[in-house]
Design a protein around this ligand. Structure first.
Ligand code: F6R
Length: 241
């Protein structure tokens, strides 16, 4: 595991953007695994800037998002489809038909979740996976629990996550209680993984993760120790005691 500690959020975003842009340049047909949330906004902003300066081309890129709230469609301003469209896809030359995000309105969730993993496999798997981390140590929406799902599945969000994510909704009650999330196996199958975190509210989760000596379903991020190419990019606010 490679650890990069940057001064602040901007530094973290800058380093992540550089790695992502280099990966796309090296492989213009890259399959990106993407995350939503406050952590990734600065990264996506820099990717848009680079695209506008002619530095990066998305015409042959495909993307797969980690998760989506059940019950929200892409027109809902708090849906992850809406987030990705407004924070990235609308501003770059990616073919939207090749941007895959779990469908929060899917009818048969059991078949749908299975199909999502199959789709990723069929399209060649994920080359570069971007991850954030929850204050409770979740990655994607794989929540701390006695057991965690191997494959993409329906997950029940914890009170902690519902509270954390309520900032994206008008009220706490509006936050969906369930989501579709990629499973740990799908994440670990990515060729390369970048985990990003910024701000002192992530300090406990990141320190628990960096100090982990064991893998625990109560700290889903700890499963990343099973992967051979993980780069963790954080800022000083996360790292400093
Ligand atoms: C979002 C996702 C989540 C977030 C995490 C951190 O697609 O998969 O795991 O990365 O909850 O969220 P922020 O960045 O908003 O602190």
């Amino acid at each position: 595991m490679k650890l990069i500690v940057e001064k602040d959020y901007d530094g973290m975003s800058e380093v992540a953007a550089k790695i992502m842009i280099d990966e796309i340049k090296n492989n213009p047909n890259i399959n990106l695994g993407l995350a939503t949330g406050s952590t990734t906004k600065g990264l996506y902003k820099r990717i848009i800037d680079a695209h506008e300066r002619g530095k990066v081309d998305f015409s042959n890129v495909k993307s797969f998002n980690l998760d989506e709230y059940i019950g929200l469609d892409g027109t809902h301003p708090s849906s992850y489809r809406y987030f990705m469209d407004t924070n990235l896809f609308n501003h770059i030359n990616i073919n939207k038909n090749k941007t895959y995000i779990p469908d929060g309105k899917a009818k048969n969730l059991e078949t749908y979740t299975k199909d999502y993993d199959e789709l990723i496999e069929k399209k060649g798997g994920i080359d570069l996976q971007i991850l954030g981390i929850g204050t409770n140590g979740h990655i994607a929406f794989i929540e701390p629990s006695d057991e965690i799902a191997i494959d993409t599945s329906v997950v029940k969000l914890t009170e902690n996550t519902i509270k954390d994510n309520s900032r994206f909704f008008n009220t706490l009650d509006e936050v969906p209680k369930t989501a579709i999330s990629m499973g740990i196996s799908g994440i670990l199958k990515a060729e390369k993984i970048i985990l990003m975190a910024s701000g002192k509210h992530k300090r406990e989760a990141i320190n628990n993760f960096l100090k982990s000596e064991k893998i625990s379903t109560y700290l889903p991020a700890s499963f990343l120790y099973l992967h051979r190419d993980v780069t963790v990019i954080i800022d000083e606010a996360v790292y400093k005691e």
